[in-house]
Design a protein around this ligand. Structure first.
Ligand code: NAD
Length: 290
């Protein structure tokens, strides 16, 4: 068993981005700029945002965090997004999810300028990505692809099973890996909460690659996978003890895997790295850089 080390891969990608940015700045351009909007006080969101801001600095970017109160009206948040959309000094915009229940998240995502949508959640980007066109790819799914690529894990022609169909992880990764992309061309089965247990087991037991994003600690057990599987654990679950674990019963399942992601230190780091790639691309688009 070998670890798919998200930290190592992310550090390498960020160092590469940093060099690119240094070159642009030496050439007289301003730095790339990322704006993050955080609504309310949600402990996990605070920690994700902190990591995004820190990593943007390591990438050579500038960033700013706009904090808004939990009670903000949807119309006020939309107005703030319009301000950032209209600001030519910002290349990428993230509105940290989840939002308070009185705000319709899809309305918010739809309001982000697709050219600044570094999360890749806007329907224009999601649609283009689905059609195999140039787009900002949803960051967690893109991060998984970059991690598989970094470790030269064969994908083309492989059988991949995705567990979980969220718009931010399961759905996009199933589309990306099945598309005729640079990192793709797998045969993908997408499973979800309505997939009968027997069918789920039939699929996962013959999969070459299993990607799990359900948010249930210990969901994937050794009897669910074959010897030599590549296992990508997207889950981030906080136990009562405060310990962070994924969706895989890691100690029991890892010995059966050829490759497995740790939690923490796996996909989470790659999500942030993918956001930096998308921000750099947004900046390059703005300045017509190759
Ligand atoms: P979600 O929480 O929105 O939905 C869960 C999904 O799991 C649903 O699609 C549901 O159909 C499926 N599911 C639930 N029970 C199932 C079962 N018994 N069999 C098959 N499918 C089942 O999904 P999400 O937002 O993708 O989050 C999933 C996990 O990934 C969470 O732990 C979340 O914190 C984590 N996450 C991590 C990152 C990262 O960067 N590492 C990014 C996003 C989400």
């Amino acid at each position: 068993m070998q670890l798919l080390d998200g930290k190592k891969c992310a550090d390498s990608l960020i160092a590469e981005i940093g060099k690119r940015v240094a070159g642009y700045v030496e050439g007289g351009l301003r730095k790339p700029h990322m704006t993050v909007i955080l609504v309310g006080e949600h402990a996990p969101s605070e920690s994700y945002v902190k990591s995004k801001i820190t990593t943007s600095g390591l990438s050579g970017f500038e960033s700013n965090l706009i904090r808004l109160p939990e009670t903000i009206r949807e119309s006020e948040l939309l107005a703030k997004i319009r301000d950032v959309n209209d600001d030519p000094t910002t290349d990428g915009l993230i509105v940290q999810l989840p939002l308070p229940k009185h705000i319709n998240s899809q309305n918010i995502i739809n309001a982000i300028d697709p050219a600044k949508d570094i999360d890749g959640f806007h329907p224009a980007n999601f649609g283009r990505m689905t059609l195999g066109q140039k787009a900002f790819r949803p960051a967690t799914a893109y991060g998984i692809c970059k991690l598989l690529q970094f470790y030269n894990i064969p994908i083309k022609g492989k059988h991949c099973v995705v567990i979980g169909r969220s718009n931010i992880v399961g759905k996009p990764i199933s589309i990306m890996l099945s598309n005729d992309f640079d990192i793709g061309n797998a045969t993908v089965t997408l499973t979800h909460i309505e997939t009968p247990r027997e069918l789920l087991l039939d699929e996962t037991r013959r999969a070459d690659i299993v990607i799990v994003a359900v948010g249930i600690p210990g969901f994937v057990t050794p009897d669910m996978v074959k010897e030599g599987v590549v296992l990508i654990d997207v889950g981030i679950n906080r136990l009562e003890s405060g310990k962070i674990v994924g969706d895989v019963a890691f100690d029991a399942v890892a010995p059966k895997c050829s490759w497995i992601t740790p939690v923490p230190g796996g996909v989470g780091r790659m999500t942030v790295a993918a956001l930096m790639i998308n921000t750099l691309n947004a900046y390059q688009n703005n300045f017509n850089l190759a």
